[in-house]
Design a protein around this ligand. Sequence first.
Ligand code: ADE
Length: 267
Amino acid sequence: MRVDVVSIFPEYLAPLDLSLIGKARANGTLRLAVHDLRSWTHDVHRTVDDTPYGGGPGMVMRPEPWGDALDALAPPELTPDGLTPDGLARPRLLVPSPAGEPFTQAMAHELATESHLLFACGRYEGIDQRVLDHAATRMRVTEVSLGDYVLFGGEVAVLVILEAVTRLLPGVLGNAGSLDEESHAHGLLEAPMYTKPAAWRGHEVPEVLRSGDHGRIARWRRDEALVRTVTRRPDMFAALDPASLDKRDRAALDRAGFQVPPGDVAK
Ligand code: ADE
């Protein structure tokens, strides 16, 4: 996967050299480049922002440097087979913004199928809307939000999104099996995990996990996942198909004080 990130603070993206993302870059799974938006300014002050039309506090990012940056990283001209001059499909432009589509594990999976992601990190009050409108005539544009809070800019959101996406790329995670069991993989939070020692500061690892009985362990983990999800994330629980809950699931929920409305029961 190719990834380009444009920011006025490229140093903010330095952690992308570390750990498994750094490894994915080193072995070529991830071709990642971070660009300074100011390299597409043409005035002596390297200006990227200005006051908002219509008034109001703060500054807005001017369209010209962004237009040139996107032209450079997603060239407007295409070869006859619809590819950019370097043989790639047009990138998917992602613009972190508190007004964007909520970022979810499902979106991470979707983004992991793309060949080229281009991130535009806004600062201040955001990027002039015409940049996004114009880009949308040439490529898919998605504004994406990490959550219902406001950050100083998009850089931290890019770190989060890239961490969630790159770990889904084939070969990046040492043990790909863990992808199937983790929180959000099947609309449930993951059960708690434990390691050695079996007793620590008076707290014991649940006996079932030390039993070696894989059937009981799987059942215990499923029960914990269900009860955790219904108590911590009622929104996720409500989104589950009740038909996916079998009699034993319902019994576990019932024991925890949650009755699932009658409906189709999975076998
Ligand atoms: N930029 C500022 N706030 C943001 C948020 N909540 N998500 C993504 N990008 C942002």
